[in-house]
Design a protein. Structure first.
Length: 202
């Protein structure tokens, strides 16, 4: 008895899905690298601005904190699902969610320096550090969103006028989530949105 029937269309769809998964993984790894860079630059900048020196002695003494900073910072962002959001639909509401995350990163690093009796930066350093990494992560996410949108819009312009070849797609739900999904799918050539329905007449 035949339990599974494979068609060429299903096989191609699976290949497209795997390619999309790899693209998403690569994008998240790139964002991880960018966020690690922002954390390191923010750490150095906080010392440089606080002490008004380009390469202050206290920063050199605090170099052993860089590894705990990266581990605690990236682990906090990953475990709080910061990378699960859609980059191209990042808005101000999702960016506000970064504030408690960066606050937790600063608190964890402060607790680490206190518990293990390593070098203690000046007290004013911590607030400056929090502001710098928060601003850096927000700017990096906005730039990533705009660059991705620009790339996808150019791709969409190239495909305009051609016969739609994507999967005919119906969106159920016309609320905020449905609107965000529509924006996402309109920039993805694999899908052809034909309609959106909702059970709420309002």
């Amino acid at each position: 008895m035949i339990k599974y029937i494979f068609s060429a269309g299903a096989f191609k769809a699976r290949l497209r899905s795997l390619k999309a998964d790899r693209t998403l993984i690569h994008r998240r790894l790139l964002m991880l690298g960018c966020d690690a860079f922002v954390l390191l630059i923010g750490f150095w900048s906080a010392f440089a601005l606080r002490l008004n020196q380009f390469w202050p002695l206290q920063f050199q003494q605090a170099l052993p904190l860089l590894l705990p900073l990266l581990l605690l910072g990236l682990a906090t962002l990953v475990l709080s699902r910061w990378y699960r959001g859609l980059t191209r639909t990042t808005g101000s509401f999702s960016l506000y969610g970064l504030l408690p995350r960066t606050g937790l990163i600063v608190f964890l690093l402060f607790a680490y320096t206190s518990l293990f009796s390593v070098i203690q930066p000046p007290r004013s350093f911590w607030l400056l550090f929090w502001g710098l990494i928060t601003a850096g992560l927000i700017v990096s996410r906005i730039l990533a969103r705009d660059l991705l949108r620009l790339r996808l819009e150019r791709l969409q312009q190239l495909l305009q006028g051609a016969t739609p070849t994507g999967i005919a797609t119906l969106i159920y739900g016309a609320g905020e989530a449905g609107h965000r999904l529509l924006q996402e799918l309109q920039l993805d050539a694999r899908f052809n949105v034909v309609a959106a329905v909702d059970d709420d007449p309002a």
